[in-house]
Design a protein around this ligand. Sequence first.
Ligand SMILES: *[C@@H]1O[C@H](CO)[C@@H](O)[C@H](O)[C@H]1NC(C)=O
Ligand SMILES: *[C@@H]1O[C@H](CO)[C@@H](O)[C@H](O)[C@H]1NC(C)=O
Ligand SMILES: *[C@@H]1O[C@H](CO)[C@@H](O)[C@H](O)[C@H]1NC(C)=O
Ligand SMILES: *[C@@H]1O[C@H](CO)[C@@H](O)[C@H](O)[C@H]1NC(C)=O
Ligand SMILES: *[C@@H]1O[C@H](CO)[C@@H](O)[C@H](O)[C@H]1NC(C)=O
Ligand SMILES: *[C@@H]1O[C@H](CO)[C@@H](O)[C@H](O)[C@H]1NC(C)=O
Ligand SMILES: *[C@@H]1O[C@H](CO)[C@@H](O)[C@H](O)[C@H]1NC(C)=O
Ligand SMILES: *[C@@H]1O[C@H](CO)[C@@H](O)[C@H](O)[C@H]1NC(C)=O
Ligand SMILES: *[C@@H]1O[C@H](CO)[C@@H](O)[C@H](O)[C@H]1NC(C)=O
Ligand SMILES: *[C@@H]1O[C@H](CO)[C@@H](O)[C@H](O)[C@H]1NC(C)=O
Ligand SMILES: *[C@@H]1O[C@H](CO)[C@@H](O)[C@H](O)[C@H]1NC(C)=O
Length: 860
Amino acid sequence: MFLSRSAIALIGIPLLLQAGVGHGYPGPGIDSRSEELGQSLLYPVSVALSTQPSTAGHSITRFQLNASFPVATLDYGYEVAGFPFFDVKSVSGTVQIEVKYAEEFAALNSNFSDGPFPYAVSLANTYRVETYEIDCAGTTQAFLLQGGQRWQSIRLLTGDSIAFSSAGIVPTTPVMDIEDLPGSFTSDDDDLNDIWKLGARAASVACVEEESQTTMWEVDATNGTFVRGMRAGITTKGAFFSDYTLEFDAYIETGGIGWVVAFPLASPVEGIQLNLVANKQSFVNTNTTLTVPNSILFGYGYSLVNVTTLTSYYLDTFTVPFTVQERTWYRVKTILDGEHLAVSIGVVQVFNLTLADYYIGSSYITNGKIPSSGSFGFGGWQDQAGYFKNVTVYDTANGTELYSNPMTDSSSTGVTLEYGVQANSASVCLDGPKRDRLVWLGDFLHTSRIIAASTSRFDIAKSTLEYVLSYQTSTGLLPYDPPIGYVADLASEAFELGGGGLLEGSDVYTILLADYQILGLLSFASYIRTSNDLDFASESWTQWQLLVEWLIDSISSATRLLDLYGAFLGPSTGGSAVSCALVQALNEMADVATAIGDNSTASSYRATASTLASAINSQLWNENLGVYSLSPSDPDDYSVNSIAFCITSGTANATQAAQLISALPTLRLSPGYKDSTLVSSTDTTAMISPNTNGFLLEALLSQQTASAATTSKALLQSLWMAMLANDNTTTGASWEYVSQTGDPGYGPYTSLSHPWGGAPTYLLTEWAAGIQTADGVDGFGYRNWVIRPYMGIEMGLKNVTAKVVTAFDGTLEVSWLVNDAATSVDVTVKAPVMTSGRLELGATNKILAGSEEYRFSVAL
Ligand SMILES: *[C@@H]1O[C@H](CO)[C@@H](O)[C@H](O)[C@H]1NC(C)=O
Ligand SMILES: *[C@@H]1O[C@H](CO)[C@@H](O)[C@H](O)[C@H]1NC(C)=O
Ligand SMILES: *[C@@H]1O[C@H](CO)[C@@H](O)[C@H](O)[C@H]1NC(C)=O
Ligand SMILES: *[C@@H]1O[C@H](CO)[C@@H](O)[C@H](O)[C@H]1NC(C)=O
Ligand SMILES: *[C@@H]1O[C@H](CO)[C@@H](O)[C@H](O)[C@H]1NC(C)=O
Ligand SMILES: *[C@@H]1O[C@H](CO)[C@@H](O)[C@H](O)[C@H]1NC(C)=O
Ligand SMILES: *[C@@H]1O[C@H](CO)[C@@H](O)[C@H](O)[C@H]1NC(C)=O
Ligand SMILES: *[C@@H]1O[C@H](CO)[C@@H](O)[C@H](O)[C@H]1NC(C)=O
Ligand SMILES: *[C@@H]1O[C@H](CO)[C@@H](O)[C@H](O)[C@H]1NC(C)=O
Ligand SMILES: *[C@@H]1O[C@H](CO)[C@@H](O)[C@H](O)[C@H]1NC(C)=O
Ligand SMILES: *[C@@H]1O[C@H](CO)[C@@H](O)[C@H](O)[C@H]1NC(C)=O
């Protein structure tokens, strides 16, 4: 997710692809470039040549763009990520090409494709459109990686023609064969098989290896720091500056340079945007209405343009009274005094404006006035690039120097780390490869469970947890979305204290989404349950305990319900969803405590969970409606999250659970369930969240009734098939939000590869195939397991094979086949001999122990 201001207010063979070759990983010896790089390259499965973006592609090898066919559309078939490269065979004339990248096809027709992505630095290109001038044959590779895409277009802007011998992607995420992952699920229902792959694919591209997301700036000992157009990288050292003067030397390489001042490191990540635009613009597609030549642009917000709920204000354009040259050094001075903003270049003052004169909306955060405090940083607009050096900052009122940096330290502890643009120091799971490339704590819950069922990249799951722990505050809180280009040593204090935003103060940043702390605990507990990594559990235990204590301390002594500052799952004050989620986290953490021998903590967590569950039942259970109230102050409303977590936490007994499930139809909209009864069913813009519907799906499946199987299957068909139904929008990965028409919820900006939307991957394994860990510590790492095929059979499946990786030297694989007369099911279980389990189906409860393979038949 991304937390917007409004959310806070709520709280070679390149293209030699033969038919059927699929994704064209070139074989050994065939692709010399691939060998040189020691890495597979990704090539499009089809290329279309036309006058505009087109889906009518062919598996062609090489292609040429000319006046008759100026646009090539490359289709990678599904979500890929990496550095785009272009092998150019020949050019005729002065060739400029405009390249666009997109997850859904239609975005190729938009000015900015499906970007820009100004919410965070994220170690990927902020922009989805790039322009190249290519004057000779050879290979051109993008310096900045593209986070995630299926589609790409190349448009000939100038020159007679350009011939490509290939174009493709050097991947920056683990390249996995989704058909052959360590964990798998196959059935006789192809739709369910494809749905299972959605989460697996999203997690395979969202979980990135250490150092794979590369450093964005190049630091030179003489020339300073070279910055390509991007959402500004911000120094941690300026987080608590205000009313300061910033000076630096700037050299425009192409187009212009950008910088920001009074810009917080943490929420809300918006501030003053400035851009110096050169007089001459080399690229013919430069939008000179937006980046007006020979001027300084002044804006406020996330960017210079609006993207969904990330509001930006383009406030003014100031003509520079002399010619701004490319490839010339200028001393740029930016002065903030609390009331005014002035910029001069050399001795010439270009403007001096009064901040209060500019309208920036009326959010309570800024109270309508542009703030004058927060850090500063450097970036630029699309296709711009330039050098920055000799940066100094001093207090505007008294001249005291606050900061000075020649911007020439290229070491790994130098400029790039300070400004948060350095290659990721840890392997981490991001929210999505394209957007929200931050380590979102709460959203990791689905990811960690998907990993266990599919990719088995437990190493990245663990490293993600270590990464958030590295930022833990002294009170126990974890950051809800740490960025990946800083390290905690330098940045944690700035983030802990709000990062210089207006919500300054201890822990303010972390408590905005305080329930993400609970989902973080659940992510950890789920990782330990499936991996049995007790060493990590023991090593990090005191840190997790500190966090649990913070949450327990947040239980109100008056209401005995959880009382938080802000929450994502629902109301934060006495909310049923957050309170039930805490019951679940406490019980799961108690299991971890037991596993590492901390019995006293285990019993204390269980006792607290039980008391909290009683309070929820006595104060929030609405007997008339048969639901848990959203909160004490909203007794007659209820939500998907409260139904989901109050069932999965065991807070609801069987009778209550059945009542909750029968209250669901009120929440049903076309493709899935709306968040709560507060959302109007006639609001056609209300989005369906595969994240929360994923929590609900688990609650439904756990009912183990025929009707819950029918309801679950219908939800899978309506919500998750929407992500596969349209070839123009599918990426083969799970989505962030779905609209009521089954399209990407936020339009092109939607992340179409978001593991938080991929719950069916683990739920089909657990409830359709029926492979589960046994309850309690005995089930950790699948030492003890339970096979429950009932819901799969009730969904109409006849033939299912699935496997998971156990912590005990091997996989646990289950196959079952319903016979033609549907009178019995033949079951085969293969499991490491040191594990044991049982099969539960109707009256059958068959113990399976002491062998590597079990074959038997159960009557239906
Ligand atoms: C223009 O490009 C198309 C598509 O690559 C190609 O078929 C055609 O021969 C080219 N035309 C010329 C005049 O080169
Ligand atoms: C960068 O420094 C080198 C010398 O190290 C010099 O030759 C070059 O012109 C400089 N480039 C810029 C943009 O200043
Ligand atoms: C150019 O920028 C202006 C101002 O932001 C915008 O209205 C217009 O749509 C843009 N045009 C293109 C082709 O990007
Ligand atoms: C962004 O949207 C707001 C309204 O939500 C509007 O006031 C503002 O002018 C827009 N900014 C741009 C750059 O179009
Ligand atoms: C900007 O204008 C204000 C108001 O006239 C003045 O007080 C301030 O000193 C000026 N700042 C600069 C840097 O010229
Ligand atoms: C940096 O800028 C300051 C202020 O303009 C100047 O005095 C100093 O000589 C500059 N240092 C370098 C290394 O360019
Ligand atoms: C200058 O102002 C800063 C506050 O920005 C203050 O901390 C510092 O003590 C002042 N220095 C002098 C010499 O007055
Ligand atoms: C903790 O409890 C388990 C049973 O739940 C028991 O086997 C174990 O010995 C206990 N450990 C300690 C240190 O008391
Ligand atoms: C389930 O909970 C409800 C509400 O607390 C209670 O009235 C009912 O007796 C419970 N049913 C069972 C079977 O425990
Ligand atoms: C996909 O896009 C193409 C090209 O714009 C269009 O012709 C086709 O109708 C679209 N398909 C769907 C299902 O929207
Ligand atoms: C069951 O599915 C497997 C593939 O998953 C297939 O090989 C096998 O033939 C199927 N069995 C029947 C009886 O359909």
